[in-house]
Structures are given as structure tokens and as C-alpha cells.
Design a protein around this ligand. Structure first.
Ligand code: G16
Length: 554
């Protein structure tokens, strides 16, 4: 063990509190330049440390985006000065969000500080983020993030070391900074062991052994490159070349590391151009999101992916051995998984958007699997969504059923019917105009409720309108205003939300879904066209935002 800077002195630096450090759906996400302002990062770290009572062990890592190393060095000094006993830091600062969750749980850490803005672009002119995970390995709940925010608004000083230690993050070793023990660890090893526990690797290997199974994974130059190469190619036997964009880059190579049809177009095009590839999967910057594709780029919507995995969950070793407790989905996610839960006799919980809401349900042993429309799937093996978990779950299901992605989907729809789903994102709109639109909708859908009973064409009659409210079944905490909704008598729905993960302007999310038992093979956007038009009319979205077309369609 080497010793560094034992002689450095703790100092208290006077600072000006910032009033904009309120974490959103998942952490504080802002432009890099915002974090580079005088003491901005330092203040937020100090606020985090003050919000946790006497943290002994903290995990630090992230997606390796621009400004990560600088932030890690600040974190080390501030933790040392605040009396933290031990920091476990990922080599080069690269640690996927699911691996963070696993490390917190295995090492029984008090918290993690995760340096990521997830699927948002990186680089000097783009986004950075700091997220806190609590001792259960999941994103901090609102009670904690509210506390951090409150402290940050009143902060007068932060503690740090007089001399910033020179720390080499590129090798695996241990050292002391002041009284703080810092250990730099391999990011992949622990997570690989976890995956070996959750999945039957031999079963997955058989897919490749037959010789006709080819896949392509796209980590989009985010954190999962080393994980995907190590596990898919070295461990499971995927062909060399099965992982593209596999080097984590501070600016993601200029990519927008968001695994959807718009931003992961390279993967979609590669599958369309090569019939021999049976399976495609893309991940986001920090490795917790996934997009599943079949042959020729056949797209599996996240709600369907969750439902298929739910219906076939016993193909996964962990659940074959331990059974299934229940399921959960976020409110805007199409209710396909509800139908599986009903048929299999399990409960399906419906939570607000944000993975943090699933943690309580898992800790109370109420659910095994959960997911969101925003390309998130996960299970109770950790407390974060997990891109590679989704990938291996699909591969296990394909291995056991000997069906292709498309066959699995079509068979699922034949059995359960199909929940058509579309999400329209209107990114970077004017914040004020979006707030006005939401206020208008709040009046129409929650106060006057004038639309109830109104008919639109032959198919749609409004049954109820409102704003989604959630009472946590475990701690009874209440979360309000989680999505303005219009429910129709035939089960169709429209939901409006403002995203909580953007770093500038406002993003309107419009979600529509409708169900059919007979009509299974339409294009979602065609099937939902009438409903989308109704959503535009009800919200006056084009008038408020000045947009007629979304930026991203899912
Ligand atoms: C985060 C949350 C997810 C949420 C997503 C989108 O994911 O953990 O639960 O669905 O943001 O949120 P919003 O609709 O508010 O933008 P990630 O992958 O960005 O950390």
C-alpha cells in the first residue's frame, strides 16, 4: 500500500451557495460549464456528505465522460477532509451504473457517488452529472435528494485538503490520502461474478456453439464496452467483432449515447444490412438502459420487452431457482406486463417515472422484475436498471425456447394481445411555454375535467382525466403530479410529462397507448395516429411549443 499526502492539511473554504442544485429524475445533470463554475462541484459534494450521517465507505465511479477525472480528484480531497474512512474508486473512473449498485451491496457501502448524465451527450460543451446512491445500492429517494438540495442552498463553506493529492487512477492499488484509504478497483470483475450467479452461462454459450447465432452489441462508446467485450466475447463465446463502439470515450465519440431508434441508428442499419445477425442490443452511456432488436433490425418496444421477459422469467437461473415475487412498471409504460402478471397470478405495481421508486418494492421482497418505457429493465439482483441483464435475459429466453426475437414477440402478442405504444419527445423546448402548457392541461384535466364523457371519432370516449399520484406501499410516502393523463373507455391512454433528466430547456414527453387483441401487426405510429392527433388537440402542444414534429419517436 502506498501512502500519499499524509501531511496535507484540512482547510475550510468559504463558498457561495448555488440555488440550482436540485436533483432531477436521477441526479443533478447540467452542462459541464455549470459544474466548472467556482466551487459548484465542491459545494454539491459537500452537501452530499452532510446529508449522509458519518459515511464510512463510499463507492465512486461513472461513465467516464468529460470532467469525470477532475470531479473524482475533488471528491477524494473533500471526502478525506470530511472524515470518510474509505473510498472504493473504479479504475479510470469507469464503472457502469449497475456495477455501482452491485459494489455498494457487496461491500456494504454507505453510499455511492456516480458521475454520469446517463444517455445525455458528453464532452466539454455537453452534459455532466452527479448522482447519489444509498446503502441499498439504488438511486437516492426524494427524501435524500431533497435534503441534499436544502443543504446546498444554505452552504457557506466546504472542507477539502490544502494540497490536492496527485492520484493515478489508471492502476489497481491502494493508498492513503490524509486518513482516507482509497482503493482503485477493477470495474468488471465483481459484476461478471454477479452475472454468473444470475444466469446460466452454459445455456447462453450453447446459442453460439450451434454456429448460426450472431449478435451485435453497441455500447455507443459508453461505459459498457469493456463489460460487453469481456463477458460476451471472452466468457460467452460471441464472435470477435460482436461489440461495436466498445471504447469508452469522454465525449462518446460525438454520439448521443441513448439507445433508441434515432440515436442508435448505426446498429439498426448494420442489422438491416446483414441478415445473418439474429440479435442486436444497444446500451446507454452509463450502461443501465437497453434497446433490443431482432433480425433485420426488428424493434422490440421497451414495454413489450419487459412483458416478454416477465412471461419467460423462469428461463433465467435466478428466478428458476428462487421463484417470482411480482412485477412493477412505471406509469407511462404500456400495460403489457400487467397482463402477464394477471395471468401468472402475480401483482404488478405501477410507480412514477424514476428507478428510485422500485427500490422500496425490491427491499420489501414485493417484486422480482421491473421496467420502464425509457429502455430500462432490471431485477432484484441489484437496485438499478441493468442493460446487460436485459441482454442476457433475452439470450437465455432464446436459448431455452429456441425461438427468434420476432417469434417470441409474435407468440406473445397472440397469447396476450398487443399494447401499441408510442412516445414522442419534444426536446429542448422553451421552458416557460412548456410550463404554460402543463398549467393549461392541469386546469383542463384536473380542475374542470371538462373532457370526461367527450367522444373523439367512433373509437375514443374519455373515461377519466387527472394527474398520477403514487402512494408507496412500503413507507406510505406520497408522490404527486407524476403525469397528466387521459384514460379512454376502451383502455387507451394519453400521458403528458416534462422530462426530469434534461440539462437545458424543457423536454415534453407525450406517451400514447392502445390495446388490440386481433390487430397485431400494424406499425405503432399508424395504429396510434388518431390518438396522437387527439393528444395534440387536447394539449394545444403545437401552439404552446411551436413544434409540429417530435425530436425523437419511440
Ligand atoms: C432516468 C431514471 C429513469 C427514467 C429516465 C427518464 O434514467 O432512472 O427511471 O425513466 O431517467 O426520465 P425522464 O422521463 O424524467 O427524462 P437514466 O437512464 O437517465 O438514469
Amino acid at each position: 500500500m502506498s501512502i500519499a499526502n499524509m501531511s496535507s492539511k484540512v482547510i475550510e473554504v468559504a463558498t457561495q451557495a448555488y440555488q440550482d442544485q436540485k436533483p432531477g429524475t436521477s441526479g443533478l445533470r447540467k452542462k459541464v460549464k455549470t459544474f466548472q463554475q467556482l466551487n459548484y462541484t465542491e459545494n454539491f459534494i459537500q452537501a452530499i456528505l452532510e446529508s449522509i450521517s458519518k459515511p464510512k465507505l463510499i463507492i465512486v465511479g461513472g461513465d467516464g465522460r468529460f470532467y469525470s477525472e477532475e470531479a473524482i480528484r475533488k471528491i477524494i480531497s473533500i471526502c478525506a477532509a470530511n472524515g470518510v474512512e474509505r473510498l472504493v474508486v473504479a479504475k479510470d473512473g469507469i464503472l457502469s451504473t449497475p456495477a455501482v449498485s452491485d459494489l455498494v451491496r457487496t461491500l456494504k457501502a454507505d453510499a455511492a457517488i456516480v458521475l454520469t448524465a446517463s444517455h445525455n451527450p458528453g464532452g466539454e460543451d455537453h452534459d455532466f452529472g452527479i448522482k447519489v446512491n444509498t446503502a441499498n445500492g439504488g438511486p437516492a429517494p426524494e427524501s435524500v435528494t431533497d435534503k441534499i438540495y436544502k443543504i446546498s442552498c444554505q452552504l457557506k463553506s466546504y472542507k477539502t485538503l490544502l494540497k490536492r493529492p496527485q492520484v493515478d487512477l489508471s492502476k489497481i492499488y491502494k493508498f492513503f490520502v490524509y486518513d482516507l484509504e482509497v482503493e482503485i478497483v477493477d470495474p468488471v470483475e465483481g459484476y461478471l461474478n454477479l452475472m454468473r450467479d444470475v444466469f446460466d452461462f452454459d445455456m447462453i454459450k450453447n446459442l453460439f456453439k450451434k454456429g448460426d447465432f450472431k449478435m451485435l452489441a453497441d455500447p455507443m462508446n459508453g461505459v459498457l464496452g469493456p463489460y460487453a467485450r469481456r463477458i460476451l466475447i471472452d466468457e460467452l463465446g460471441a464472435q470477435e467483432g460482436s461489440v461495436i463502439n466498445s471504447v469508452p470515450l469522454p465525449d462518446f465519440g460525438g454520439k448521443h449515447p441513448d439507445p433508441n431508434l434515432t440515436y442508435a441508428a448505426e446498429l439498426v442499419d448494420k442489422l438491416k444490412a446483414n441478415d445473418e445477425i439474429n440479435f442486436g442490443v444497444a446500451f446507454d452511456g452509463d450502461g443501465d438502459r437497453n434497446m433490443i432488436l431482432g433480425q433485420r433490425g426488428f424493434f422490440v418496444s421497451p414495454g413489450d420487452s419487459l412483458a416478454v421477459v416477465a412471461a419467460n422469467l423462469t428461463c433465467v437461473k435466478r428466478f428458476k431457482e428462487n421463484g417470482i415475487k411480482g412485477y412493477a412498471r412505471s406509469f407511462p409504460t404500456a400495460p403489457a406486463v400487467d397482463r402477464v402478471a394477471e395471468k401468472l397470478g402475480h401483482k404488478c405495481y405501477v410507480t412514477p417515472t424514476g428507478w428510485k421508486y422500485f427500490g422500496n418494492l425490491m427491499d420489501a421482497n414485493l417484486i422480482s422484475l421491473c421496467g420502464e418505457e425509457s429502455f430500462g429493465t432490471g431485477s432484484d439482483h441489484i437496485r438499478e436498471k441493468d442493460g446487460l441483464f436485459a441482454c442476457f435475459a433475452w439470450m437465455s429466453i432464446m436459448a431455452q425456447t429456441e425461438k427468434t426475437v420476432k417469434e417470441l414477440l409474435f407468440d406473445h402478442w397472440k397469447e396476450y394481445g398487443r399494447d401499441y405504444f408510442c412516445r414522442y419527445d419534444f426536446e429542448d423546448c422553451d421552458g416557460g411555454s412548456c410550463q404554460s402548457m402543463m398549467m393549461y392541461l392541469e386546469k383542463t384535466l384536473c380542475e374542470s375535467r371538462v373532457l370526461v364523457g367527450k367522444k373523439f371519432g367512433n373509437k375514443y370516449e374519455v373515461k377519466e382525466t387527472g394527474n398520477f399520484q403514487y402512494t408507496d406501499p412500503v413507507d406510505r410516502s406520497v408522490t404527486t403530479k407524476q403525469g397528466l393523463f387521459v384514460n379512454f373507455t376502451n383502455g387507451a391512454r394519453i400521458i403528458f410529462r416534462l422530462s426530469g433528466t434534461g440539462s437545458s430547456g424543457a423536454t415534453v414527453r407525450l406517451y400514447v397507448s392502445d390495446y388490440s387483441k386481433e390487430n397485431l401487426q400494424e406499425e405503432s405510429r399508424v395504429y396510434l395516429k388518431e390518438l396522437l392527433d387527439i393528444a395534440y388537440t387536447i394539449s394545444k402542444l403545437p401552439e404552446y411549443t411551436g413544434r409540429n414534429e417530435p425530436t425523437v419517436i419511440t
